[in-house]
Each structure stands twice: as structure tokens, then as C-alpha cells.
Design a binder for this molecule. Structure first.
Ligand code: MN
Length: 135
């Protein structure tokens, strides 16, 4: 079980992602824009962040770049939610520092696989370096 911050402005997607994560026993924090997402990420230090790329105001790429620059949040893995056809979004998400991406429309197994992989990686890292473990 992990705490996962979901930054997504589309209510239907937010509902689906929340349902899937809750089913997998994760705790969900949610934000409908990047600005709120950044505040929550810094305050709550979730284990993982799912970041929509297309958001009103600041986009998910700019928000991810800020998270990766901030020592408080830099170690939190970020999964970008990109539009299926937008190869460009996927390249940009890597440049912004996203650890993985999932193409929308969301496929359940793909989302679970990405979430499990990144949480497992983060756990290995914190075991190897206990000082870096979030409190
Ligand atoms: Mn969006």
C-alpha cells in the first residue's frame, strides 16, 4: 500500500484512476491542477505521482520539472499521463524528468504495471539508502 498523488483535470479520468488505485489498496490524494498538485506533493510527499500532461494553467511537464528540481520531492517517481497519439508528449515527458508514461485512454493493466514497477524501484532505493527515506 502506497500513497499516490493524482494530478488530473478530467473528472472521468480522475474517477477511474482513483477507483483503480483504491482497489489496489493505495491511498489517493488528488489535485485538479498543477499548482495544487505541487503544494500537495511538497506537503504530503506521496510515494508516487500520476501527472496529466495537459492541465489548465501550468502543464504537467512544467510541474514535473519543478518537482524534480526540488530536493523535497525530487525522489518521488512521476508517471506522466499522455494522449495516445502524442509521441511528442512522451519524448517531452522524459525530458521533463518523468520516470514513466501511460498513454490515454487508460488501460488498467498498463497502469497497474507502471505503478507497481515504480513503487518497487522506489522501495529498493530507499532500502539501499535509508537516509533518503521519506518520513
Ligand atoms: Mn488534462
Amino acid at each position: 500500500m502506497a500513497s499516490v498523488l493524482v494530478v488530473e483535470d478530467n473528472p472521468a479520468n480522475m474517477k477511474l484512476i482513483t477507483l483503480l488505485l483504491t482497489k489496489a489498496d493505495h491511498t489517493v490524494l488528488s489535485a485538479v491542477d498543477a499548482e495544487t498538485g505541487l503544494i500537495l506533493a511538497r506537503a504530503e510527499r506521496p510515494d508516487l505521482i500520476l501527472m496529466d500532461i495537459q492541465l489548465p494553467g501550468m502543464d504537467g511537464l512544467a510541474a514535473t520539472a519543478l518537482l524534480k528540481k526540488d530536493p523535497t520531492t525530487a525522489a518521488i517517481p512521476v508517471i506522466a499521463l499522455t494522449a495516445m497519439a502524442m509521441k511528442e508528449d512522451q519524448v517531452k515527458s522524459e525530458i521533463a524528468g518523468c520516470d514513466a508514461y501511460i498513454a490515454k485512454p487508460l488501460r488498467h493493466q498498463e497502469m497497474y504495471a507502471a505503478v507497481d514497477t515504480l513503487l518497487a524501484k522506489a522501495e529498493l532505493r530507499s532500502e539501499a539508502d535509508p537516509v533518503a527515506q521519506p518520513t
